[in-house]
Write a protein that binds this ligand. Structure first.
Ligand code: NAD
Ligand code: MN
Length: 337
């Protein structure tokens, strides 16, 4: 069997706790399937800066370039100043234009919205995240929203190709083109053009504010959500709330050559270092990674065990109504294999 070399970025806040839990579960599963992993571990963010003088060490870039696959914990981004986001920097550096976030209930976990099964395709490299900001004068700030034909077309194509391959029936493009007639207008135009190539898939357009209401009234109407960077960021957190919170929803940042797998959630400083974090979101991100690496057998074993732990409901973390810690939860998943 081949040894998969994976760049591992534990991140900060709850990052080191959820990555340790996730790696321990993968290693336990790999023992039974014979899969083999080499974890190339790097810090990024404030911790890395303290050690190396760089927020993203050069060796980390080189490692991702070589391995093509990374598993990443969340990294804290300072508000209103300081260094620019490590996440945005990595996504742009490796041109990870497609942020894929599946939102699905876990078996046995009761929520107000049973039976949700949708995926979000968030454009991941442009929009207001271009970081083009200036103070016009001390009282006027300007942030530029960049939307391109290239960026919009390729995220639309990702969404429709996925829908086609996975047998999904509907793609909703989410926008605000009534107000941003040019930027969101261009985004919609590109979505519509791509949609025309997939006549078997229903295409619809919803305005983002209405979408928020629709999502909490009737989320079942959505199948594939296709949207820009900022709306995708916000809608992802909203959708995570539909199925039990940020502790659950995984993600993949996909480009042509590389992929970085990470949860939707951030570093959760309010619970960091207390063995309270739910590692499910990162673990499910790792499942996406294992399938990306064609390690389906290892992914299947973990997924079954994870579902069994949720179905039993006895060893869940606090965010989903349990009383267990991060480590105890991870041990329960391992025990369920
Ligand atoms: P957050 O996602 O870190 O936390 C929001 C709430 O959800 C908190 O109450 C937190 O305790 C809870 N939560 C999140 N993940 C959880 C988990 N796995 N288990 C249990 N509870 C969980 O959002 P925030 O507080 O707005 O952001 C904190 C920091 O994270 C910020 O610096 C932000 O920039 C950064 N961030 C990083 C990433 C990333 O690295 N990909 C993503 C989002 C936010
Ligand atoms: Mn976010």
């Amino acid at each position: 069997a081949t040894t998969h070399k994976v760049t591992l970025i534990p991140g900060d806040g709850i990052g080191p706790e959820v990555t340790a839990a996730t790696v321990s579960i993968i290693e336990a599963a790999a023992k039974t399937t014979g899969a083999s992993f080499e974890w190339h571990r790097y810090d990024a963010g404030a911790d890395a800066f303290a050690k190396t003088g760089e927020y993203i060490p050069k060796e980390l870039y080189a490692s991702i370039e070589e391995n093509k696959v990374a598993l990443k914990g969340p990294v804290t981004t300072p508000i209103g100043g300081g260094f620019s986001s490590i996440n945005v920097t990595l996504r742009k550096k490796f041109d990870l234009y497609s942020n894929f976030r599946p939102v699905k209930n876990l078996p046995g976990l009761e929520t107000k919205f049973p039976g949700i099964d949708m995926v979000i395709f968030r454009e991941n490299t442009e929009d207001l995240y271009a970081g083009l900001e200036v103070m016009i004068n001390p009282d006027i700030a300007q942030s530029l929203k960049i939307i391109t034909r290239k960026g919009s077309t390729r995220i639309a194509r990702s969404a429709f190709e996925f829908a086609k391959k996975s047998g999904r029936k509907k793609v909703h493009a989410i926008h605000k083109a009534n107000i941003m007639k040019l930027s969101d207008g261009l985004f919609l135009k590109c979505c519509k053009e791509v949609a025309a190539e997939y006549p078997e898939i229903t295409y619809a357009e919803h305005i983002v504010d209405n979408t928020c209401m629709q999502l909490v009234m009737n989320p079942w109407q959505y199948d594939v959500i296709l949207t820009e960077n900022l709306y995708g960021d916000i809608l992802s957190d909203l959708c995570s709330g539909l199925i039990g919170g940020l502790g659950l929803v995984p993600g993949a940042n996909l480009g042509v050559n590389c992929a970085i797998f990470e949860a939707v959630h951030g570093s959760a400083p309010d619970i960091a270092g207390q063995d309270k974090a739910n590692p499910t979101a990162l673990l499910q991100s790792a499942l996406l990674m294992l399938r990306h690496l064609d390690e389906d057998a290892t992914a299947d074993i973990i997924q079954k065990a994870l579902e069994a732990v949720y179905a039993e409901g006895k060893t869940l973390t606090r965010d989903v109504g349990g009383t267990s810690g991060t480590k105890a939860f991870a041990d329960a998943v391992i025990a369920a294999m």
